[in-house]
Design a protein around this ligand. Structure first.
Ligand SMILES: Cc1ncc(COP(=O)(O)O)c(C=O)c1O
Length: 500
């Protein structure tokens, strides 16, 4: 539960911090506790700064906007009550805990005493009825303080595009990916496009990639003026098969884009060997794979360049669009930086044609703030995957669903994707009817997309990709999903197959 603690209740907590029930609940993570920043002066009036700081360490601080304050002032209710009610409602919190809930009567807010909250938390939890595929806002409690700091600093600095925030994020991401350089760009799609441009890929060139991926992988090849050449996937990992890549190499081949789909790296060693033998560039599409590893080497450090996406649904998502290219090559790094600003070097002198691939400072700040939590969240995703695997085995579901194996640790499970044979579409409907979010990534392989007709591919050309597109289903796996929700997902799938 997400709880806003009212000032009166926190003043009481400060009187006996050692045995504070509020802090106990928050520290034991029985609920997510919030405090209004406007409560702080009242807290300081009765306690020392150290004590208030110690209290605030276990709570997330919610700051009203001028709009919230205006609405509260215009309300017929006392200002403080109206402000609390407004923020609980606007922030989607579950309740306010206060010494006197009656002050909130007649308002659209759930108000209760600490005792009532404890009773609620001690009672058996209601049965799970809904599991969202993604619940991005569930993490705000954890990240808000750091994100707000980044956003406020950016707004105060007036530096909104590139600048110090972007450079700092790039340095931290390069360290995280164990590469020499990283260049922040406007999206994962633009990361692929600018990487292709930096690699000198253009008209007349061929780029080998997977047909079983998000559209942007092949779309960027066409936008760079080149031709995508598809190679089928491995049926276990869903990633491009090196043997198939080899068959696609022609004198026109210029690069290979292996996609680390769902968060597991493609089998990179044979791909890198082929690239070396034939003089090809390797551009990793690591949009779904931040933090994943192949033989102890991080995604993004394996090829000539690695392309990442900060789309909000990714494991490290920002609050809009954003992306990144990593590289160990100083030459490519310099080229990427020039291409990012319309090929301008020095300013307003253009030797090459680039684009507007610049990243906002606000998005870079959000990425930096969230990067502090990425390892913890990735570990939780990996634990969730193990929990699913175990639950499916324990419930004798493995003859009905094929689980996603971890062939190359470390899989970071941007998606947990199983195969449900020829009943996938029925299963998806059944899960949705039972409040469970699930998704098909991707229903039509790229060689069969209308806009790629001119490439001349037909149905049957890539049997594994086509089979995967018909059989796969992604289940809720993010770090916000808890064990009870996973049990509900597996029980519902069991009901579907066994009619229990
Ligand atoms: C494999 C893959 N490549 C590229 C992209 C493009 O990233 P963006 O949405 O940030 O442009 C995505 C995003 O969904 C992706 O999953």
């Amino acid at each position: 539960m997400q709880i806003l603690f009212d000032t009166d209740c926190l003043i009481q907590a400060l009187e006996n911090l050692e045995n504070s029930a509020v802090l106990d609940l928050c520290r034991r993570e029985r609920c997510k506790g919030w405090v209004l920043s406007t409560s702080v002066p009242a807290l300081l009036a009765g306690a020392g700064e150290g004590e208030v700081q110690s209290l605030l360490r276990s709570l997330a601080v919610l700051t009203p906007t001028a709009h919230d304050i205006g609405l509260a002032l215009a309300s017929e209710k006392p200002f403080e009550v109206a402000l609390v009610a407004r923020l609980v409602e606007a922030s989607g919190l579950d309740a306010v805990v206060t010494l006197s809930p009656e002050r909130f009567s007649g308002m659209p807010v759930n108000a209760m005493t600490l005792g009532q909250l404890q009773e609620k938390l001690d009672a058996p939890p209601p049965p799970v009825k809904e599991v969202r595929l993604l619940d991005i806002t569930a993490s705000y409690h954890q990240i808000l303080t750091e994100v707000e700091k980044e956003i406020a600093e950016t707004i105060r600095s007036g530096q909104f595009i590139l600048g110090a925030k972007v450079s700092r994020m790039e340095e931290r991401m390069a360290t995280y990916c164990q590469t020499k350089y990283a260049v922040g760009v406007s999206s994962g799609t633009d990361a692929l496009l600018i990487a292709l441009m930096a690699a000198g890929v253009g008209p007349g060139d061929e780029v080998i990639t997977s047909p079983y991926t998000f559209f942007a992988t092949a779309g960027s090849i066409i936008r760079a003026g080149a031709k995508p050449v598809f190679a089928d996937i491995n049926d276990i990992t869903f990633n491009i098969k090196p043997e198939h890549v080899e068959r696609c190499i022609t004198p026109k081949s210029k690069a290979i884009i292996p996609v680390h789909l769902y968060g597991q790296c493609a089998d990179m060693d044979p791909i890198l060997q082929l690239a070396e033998k034939h003089g090809l560039r390797v551009i990793e599409d690591a949009a779904q794979a931040i933090g994943s590893e192949y033989k102890s080497r991080p995604a993004g450090s394996l090829g000539d360049m690695g392309c990442f996406s900060f789309f909000p649904a990714k494991n490290l998502g920002c609050f809009g669009d954003g992306g990144l290219v990593t590289t160990n090559s100083e030459e490519l790094y310099k080229q990427l930086k020039i291409l990012r600003v319309h090929g301008s070097e020095p300013k307003y002198y253009h030797e090459v044609l680039g684009g507007n691939f610049r990243l906002d400072a606000l998005q870079a700040g959000v990425v930096s703030a969230k990067l502090n939590f990425l390892e913890e969240w990735t570990d939780q995703r990996r634990k969730n995957a193990q929990t699913y695997n175990q639950l499916f085995k324990d419930s004798a579901m493995t003859p009905f669903v094929q689980l996603p194996p971890e062939v190359f640790p470390r899989h970071v499970y941007n998606q947990y994707v199983l195969r449900a044979g020829n009943r996938r579409d029925e299963l998806r409907t059944f899960l949705n009817e039972n409040g469970i979010g699930c998704e098909i990534y991707y229903p039509i392989p790229l060689h069969l997309q209308d806009c790629f007709k001119s490439l001349g591919y037909k149905s049957g050309d890539f049997s594994e990709s086509e089979k995967a597109a018909k059989q796969t289903l992604a289940l809720p796996i993010s770090h916000e999903v808890d064990r009870r929700q996973q049990e509900y997902v597996v029980e519902t799938i069991q009901r579907f197959f066994l009619g229990k």
